[in-house]
Design a binder for this molecule. Structure first.
Ligand code: NAD
Length: 343
């Protein structure tokens, strides 16, 4: 094989879900690092003459196979949005689509598969302080989306073999420019005047992870993933390595966008019970109409419990270190979302 072709292949990858929030940041970081990048997604959200786009459904093998030709690494960061609350879709894309992707990777001779999993695969609504990868999967996941993320991670890690090495990266609370959920949702609640309340005592510590650090962690994991490394078949938490009180993050985002910070405390049990009742109501009326509450037990638990994770295993096994500090990340993100400031 000519040297030029061989080196192109070893730095050639497909980002499945490459038109999403994390996916597009992955694409940009990969291009910066000299990769040849294919993007596979069900939609197209940007243009670039440095990227080859393949538009199709992950669950369709024919769509997928062409995008994997002559690549050595696949980054799988496609998923339906958790907000869609569509159990059938979560199952079809996260489980069946992932099985089909593994099969296609093997058929196309892809050497490595890096899955974007989630730290929530070990979270059950109870405190997690400096959690490590030794924590078991949640027996009672908080929602159907997380349930499928657990199954998806198991499928990917169990598929690891000499022909296709696999690894899972578990980010938590991703934020950054173009984030469709975290900061825009906080701004929206600020605008609606609904952010004066703190659920619980306000001291619970969590991880918020800058999207560029998450992309960097994926690429480092891919590059270290070799047969004689400890990575194949393993999962790794990737964080900013700077956990902070959840309500400090909320206050900094709100005040950064010129909204008042939350000050009044509400008991956790009360708000959680209300969210459960709302969920029950949505289920009761589901034969007649679709009610999709945004105020879910999962969201309430995430806002009021400790959930932060150690990234020591990623540091030890592939030298991961966040590139951008939390303060710098927040400043850049708030600058990006300056159009969401209170007018
Ligand atoms: P996103 O919705 O912005 O991106 C997901 C992409 O997947 C979208 O572009 C979507 O079009 C694509 N996609 C969905 N179904 C598809 C299908 N059937 N075929 C092809 N493409 C399809 O979401 P994101 O926030 O960038 O999340 C990326 C990954 O990170 C997901 O796996 C998610 O579970 C994981 N994750 C996200 C967070 C977070 O805070 N955003 C936290 C932990 C884990």
């Amino acid at each position: 094989m000519p040297i030029a072709t061989r080196s192109r292949k070893s730095k050639s990858c497909t980002v499945v879900g490459g038109c999403g929030f994390l996916g597009r940041h992955m694409v940009e970081t990969l291009l910066d690092r000299g990769y040849h990048v294919n993007v596979f997604d069900i939609r197209k959200t940007f243009d670039s003459d440095q990227v080859t786009f393949f538009i199709g459904d992950l669950c369709n093998k024919e769509d997928l196979l062409v995008s994997l030709r002559d690549v050595s690494v696949v980054f799988h960061c496609a998923s339906p949005s958790p907000a869609s609350n569509n159990c059938d879709l979560f199952h079809r894309v996260n489980i069946e689509g992932t099985r089909s992707l593994i099969q296609c990777c093997k058929e196309a001779g892809v050497a490595k598969l890096v899955l974007t999993s989630s730290a929530s695969v070990v979270y059950e609504g109870k405190d997690i302080k400096n959690g490590t990868e030794d924590l078991p999967y949640a027996v009672q996941p908080m929602d159907p989306y997380t349930e499928t993320k657990i199954q998806q991670e198991k499928i990917v890690l169990e598929a690891s073999c000499d022909k296709l090495l696999t690894v899972a990266v578990r980010p938590h609370g991703i934020f950054g420019p173009r984030d469709p959920l975290c900061i825009p949702t906080i701004a929206q609640t600020g605008k609606a005047g609904k952010t004066r309340f703190i659920i619980g005592d306000g001291t619970n510590i969590v991880d918020f992870t800058y999207v560029v650090n998450v992309a960097h962690g994926h690429i480092m994991a891919a590059e270290a993933l070799t047969t004689d490394s400890p990575l194949p078949g393993k999962a790794y938490f990737i964080t900013n390595d700077a956990p902070l009180p959840f309500w400090d993050f909320m206050s900094r985002v709100l005040t950064g966008l010129h909204y008042p910070a939350p000050v009044y405390h509400l008991p956790y049990w009360l708000v959680y019970t209300l969210a459960l009742l709302l969920q029950l109501l949505a289920w009761c009326v589901s034969p007649i109409t679709t009610l999709t509450p945004t105020f879910t037990p999962m969201r309430v638990a995430l806002a009021a419990t400790h959930h932060y994770y150690s990234c020591d295993r990623a540091k030890r096994d592939f030298g991961y270190k966040p590139l951008v500090s939390f303060d710098e990340a927040l400043t850049k993100s708030l600058e990006h979302f300056s159009h969401l400031r209170r007018s």
